[in-house]
Write a protein of this length. Structure first.
Length: 210
């Protein structure tokens, strides 16, 4: 079986994530794709991070239409920082016969050799990357060659980049703008229902009193 792994903070999940996953599942003929929200992202500051349960639920709503796609709580269940290498070791134990493939955007791909135990990651999984920005100027192809010389197996997905980020979604919500069309409809409804990412009244008071 071929198992894809798509990790991320998903704070919140957006249409760029879903589009990448859909395209990859169709093109690579994956048997399953595990979407794994991170509990504590090791590489970023957790700004405005909503609860793990809420991010898991938004991922379920976003990916429920994709056949073979499951949202996994593997990293949420770990009390300590989550590292991709640990997740891959756990999945390798769980599915020893499977070939594992890590799905990611270009920002992550271009930092691979800074990840914890990246050599072991290359042994455990192949890498698959989709561009996020239009102005990469061949950097993905060059990095693919460099990483393959270091032992990785890489694939660049031929997909028009979509420059959308969770940061932009959070910024829009905080500014009172609509995120319609930027996140799946059910995710938008969930965000509105629970008032996620909105400016807190205490922030407004603090800014107003400066
Ligand atoms: P933030 O803006 O909070 O940093 P993000 O939009 O980068 O978040 P993550 O949850 O950190 O979202 O991303 C999870 C994975 O999805 C990463 O591999 C990232 O590169 C990829 N990704 C995110 N947005 C896109 C996009 N628009 N196109 C392709 N890949 C994307």
């Amino acid at each position: 079986m071929k198992t894809g792994i798509f990790g991320g903070t998903f704070n919140p999940v957006h249409c760029g994530h879903v589009r990448l996953a859909r395209h990859y599942m169709e093109g690579a003929r994956l048997d399953r794709l595990l979407v794994i929200p991170t509990r504590t992202p090791p590489h970023k500051k957790a700004v405005d991070l909503v609860s793990g349960a809420q991010r898991m639920e938004m991922c379920r709503l976003a990916f429920e239409q994709l056949p073979g796609c499951q949202v996994s709580g593997l990293e949420m269940e770990r009390p300590e920082k989550s590292y991709t290498v640990d997740t891959l070791e756990a999945l390798h134990m769980q599915y020893p016969e499977d070939s594992l493939c890590l799905l990611m955007g270009s920002d992550m791909f271009l930092t691979m050799t800074h990840w914890k135990d990246w050599q072991r990651i290359f042994q455990l999984a192949s890498l698959c990357v989709g561009a996020r920005e239009t102005d990469l100027d061949g950097r993905l192809e060059a990095e693919k060659i460099r990483l393959e010389q270091l032992g990785a197996s890489c694939e660049v997905i031929p997909l028009e980049p979509m420059a959308l980020s969770s940061t932009e979604i959070r910024r829009r919500i905080e500014a009172g703008q609509s995120v319609s069309g930027f996140v799946p409809e059910k995710v938008e409804a969930y965000i509105l229902k629970y008032g996620l990412y909105q400016k807190k009244s205490s922030d407004l008071t603090a800014k107003g009193s400066r």
